[in-house]
Design a binder for this molecule. Structure first.
Ligand SMILES: Cc1ncc(COP(=O)(O)O)c(C=O)c1O
Length: 428
């Protein structure tokens, strides 16, 4: 296998990146490649290497790169204005579409990143419940706000429900406002909620945590106990909205939360996310609907900007066409089942974990059911695998294969043959 070519131009850019960007990166994927362009399911780096892309910008490019209908919608809006900091037709239409799609979304408030959406989702739960504490799950990822960073990827495993900060710079006081539970363990979670229900403002969960599907009954159990104590249940659907189903994980798993955050696919790669939920709760964003002490301002320069809104509307229009999800799940199934077979045949203990539109390999023979079980998988082996398939023209993030609606048969074949060759290298 020949190494990827690296032109002088790409080397020069990487040097410049190291000089001007902390760590030589944008904070996201590692700084060894400079991407030049993307089209459909493929991306090219600055040296001209072509890859089948499963990073998809960390998820938003659910229609692939530069989808013609999204490009046309954005181009059409560009000459009519970029942002107004005021109501605009497209944001209103997008709010209606989201509300019709997502079962819990009676009202929708836009912001620009998932980090903001989950921050506001937790805050509105506090405003509504008039309590301070939020329960989140160990290993659950809700972006980079101070609360979400609790027990996001702890190396120290403390007894539940104690939180471990996942970043420096967070005030100690934040730890006192968060309780941590193990995903997929309804018994322990229920015991924590039973003990702390009177302090709890809300429970936030990724209904599909990273790559881990909820066990049958887990989300239903969370719904029941939060309903019993009248604690708002928040689904972080930044990843799952419009991906697992048009109505997100709440449709896919058949459990309706009180509040959700959504993003990524919802705006087709443009900066727009949202917090949505039941009328009674969303009323806290409306100065006319609640007492002044209960009002929660939410101001954002780019909130509901029409460029992102038209991109979102165009994306949703394509996703809504009959057969789109069946096709996307079908292609994903082919890839993940064939990868699993290759590992099984090579007798490498590895599991392809997730749903057909979002999965990855864990190098372990054990079941992956929660954060602590992910730690028992061989992370170094995964890094090696990622590098080997990258060298063979398959681009993914450190821990996910995202599928798009435009991945097709040729992508499947290229991916399977790259994985086959990578496995041969791994077993040498
Ligand atoms: C489940 C989930 N919530 C929130 C976020 C944060 O979104 P953003 O990166 O737009 O701030 C992410 C980002 O990957 C996510 O996966």
């Amino acid at each position: 296998m020949t190494a990827l070519k690296k032109t002088a131009r790409e080397k020069q850019l990487l040097e410049k990146a190291r000089k001007y960007l902390p760590g030589g990166t944008l904070g996201n994927l590692g700084g060894d490649t400079v991407i030049a362009r993307g089209q459909g399911s493929r991306i090219w780096d600055t040296s001209g290497n072509e890859y089948v892309d499963y990073l998809l910008g960390s998820g938003p490019m659910i229609l692939g790169h530069a989808h013609p209908e999204v490009v046309e919608a954005v181009r059409g809006q560009l000459e009519s204005g970029t942002t107004f900091f005021a109501n605009n037709e497209h944001a209103i239409e997008l709010a209606e579409e989201i509300s019709k799609a997502m079962p819990c979304a009676e009202k929708v408030r836009f912001c620009s990143t998932g980090t903001e959406a989950t921050l506001y989702a937790m805050r509105v739960a506090r405003a509504f419940r008039r309590r301070d504490k939020i329960l989140k799950f160990e290993g659950g990822f809700h972006g980079m706000n101070d609360y979400s960073l609790m027990s996001i990827w702890p190396s120290e495993l403390k007894p539940f429900p104690q939180p471990v900060p996942g970043s420096s710079g967070i005030p100690k006081a934040v730890q006192e406002t968060m309780l941590i539970a193990p995903f997929n363990d309804l018994e322990t979670t229920t015991a924590i909620i039973d003990r702390h229900h009177d302090e709890l403002a809300g429970v936030i969960v990724e209904p599909f945590q990273r790559l881990i599907a909820p066990r049958p009954g887990f989300l239903q159990g969370l719904r029941e106990i939060t309903t019993r104590y009248e604690i708002p249940l928040i689904f972080d659907e930044v990843v799952t909205s419009f991906r697992f189903a048009y109505g997100g994980a709440q449709e896919f798993y058949g459990v309706v939360p009180d509040i959700c955050s959504l993003g990524k696919a919802a705006a087709g790669g443009y900066p727009l996310t949202a917090v949505a939920g039941r009328d009674e709760i969303m009323a806290h964003f409306d100065a006319g609907a609640v007492e002044s002490d209960d009002f929660m301002p939410m101001i954002g320069t780019l909130s509901g900007n029409p460029i992102a809104a038209v991109a979102g509307l165009a994306t949703l229009k394509v996703l809504k066409r009959p057969g789109t999800y069946d096709r996307m799940f079908g292609i994903g199934w082919q890839i993940r089942s064939r990868i699993q077979k290759l590992f099984d045949e090579a007798e490498i203990p590895a599991k392809v974990v997730g749903e057909d539109v979002l999965f990855d390999v864990y190098f372990t023979g054990e079941d992956i059911v929660d954060y602590r079980s992910t730690l028992r998988a061989d992370g170094q082996m995964l890094n090696k695998f990622n590098k080997l398939i990258r060298e063979r023209g398959v681009f993914k993030g450190s821990s996910k294969f995202y599928l798009s609606a435009v991945h097709g048969g040729d992508d499947v074949e290229r991916t399977v043959s790259a994985v086959k060759s990578a496995i041969e290298e791994l077993t040498k």
